[in-house]
Design a protein around this ligand. Structure first.
Ligand code: CAA
Length: 291
């Protein structure tokens, strides 16, 4: 059992995309040994290479010593699949926002992890209760929702499923704090707190764009200079990934049953076209010419 923070030395992260790599980076910077898994060694290696690039920028800016970067990277091992995370003392799933995929991955994580090890999910909208129910340890399953970009954003939203035990919740809170994050706690309800607020904003910006109320730049500048948001909703959607935004919007719409959560057609069409935002080089904006 990994029932105290002191017993957690190795954190396993399943999914080496932008969120998983960010979580792995923060965990390694926090002094933990990290196992970073994806479906193939190549994808896990690419996730680690992305972390090396991020840390390299910090070194260039004089914010991190080269030796410290090497030590952080030395604590991260890229592995394959849930089975590669078996030695972990605390596992975080950060795969694509798809319910069937997450259920499958939790069956695999449950099989791989030692009894008592907490299985956390970074889901941004899917029910923790539902995910926990496919495992043989529902009381050890919890939501641990990091924000993007993980190394910069202070918040972690903790979500208790119906079955989540008190000590699971407390240990997850303590771990998030040890990683230098501030926490909020949400009930297990579609979108939790942050995306319940954010996704309607992004949807509405999409409706404004498709209705021709203003250009993407006008909409984003309105939010930045008129509301003091660090990024406009459309550029933020591009950062999060339009596929992820649409997946969350569809969960909110379907599960809450209110048309106010419906996604604008323009978002659906961008996703259908493969314009998923920064990660594909094109979303509401075109990044092909940008570094
Ligand atoms: N990874 C690591 N560090 C990053 C980064 C990334 N992807 N992007 C920026 N940074 C760092 C920069 O290196 C820089 O660090 P220093 O100050 O140490 O030099 C710092 O962040 C500021 O970056 P920039 O100067 O380049 O640009 P900025 O001041 O415009 O900040 C930003 C960039 C932090 C992304 C800022 O625009 C911002 O806060 N945007 C809003 C992000 C946000 O709302 N995220 C939540 C999304 S919702 C979510 O994630 C939940 C969900 O489920 C969808």
């Amino acid at each position: 059992m990994s029932d105290t923070l002191e017993n957690i030395t190795t954190i396993g992260v399943l999914g080496a995309g932008q969120m998983g790599a960010g979580i792995a980076q923060v965990a390694a910077q926090g002094g933990f040994t990290v196992l970073l898994a994806d479906v193939s060694q190549a994808r896990a290696d690419a996730g680690k290479a992305g972390i090396a690039k991020q840390l390299g920028r910090l070194v260039e800016k004089g914010k991190l010593a080269a030796e410290a970067r090497d030590a952080i990277l030395g604590r991260i091992t890229a592995v394959v699949g849930a089975a590669g995370l078996a030695p972990g003392d605390f596992l975080v799933e950060a795969a694509t926002e798809n319910i069937e995929l997450k259920k499958q991955l939790f069956v695999e994580l449950d099989r791989a992890a030692r009894p008592g090890v907490i299985l956390a999910t970074n889901t941004s909208s899917i029910s923790i209760t539902l995910i926990a129910a496919v495992t043989g340890r529902p009381e050890r399953v919890v939501g641990m929702h990091f924000m993007n970009p993980v190394p910069v954003m202070k918040l972690v939203e903790i979500i208790r499923g119906l079955q989540t035990a008190d000590d699971t919740y407390q240990l997850t809170l303590a771990l998030a704090h040890k990683l230098g994050k501030t926490t909020i706690t949400s009930k297990d309800c579609p979108g939790f707190l942050v995306n319940r607020i954010l996704i309607p904003l992004i949807n509405e910006a999409g409706f404004a764009l498709q209705e021709g109320l203003g250009s993407a730049e006008d909409i984003d500048t309105g939010a930045k200079l008129g509301l003091n948001h660090p990024m406009g909703p459309l550029e933020l959607a591009d950062l999060i990934g339009l596929d992820t935004c649409l997946a969350i919007a569809d969960v909110l719409h379907r599960e809450l049953g209110d048309d106010k959560y419906r996604a604008p057609n323009i978002l659906r069409m961008h996703v259908a076209a493969g314009w998923h935002g920064r990660k594909t080089g094109r979303g509401f904006y075109n990044y092909a010419s940008k570094p």
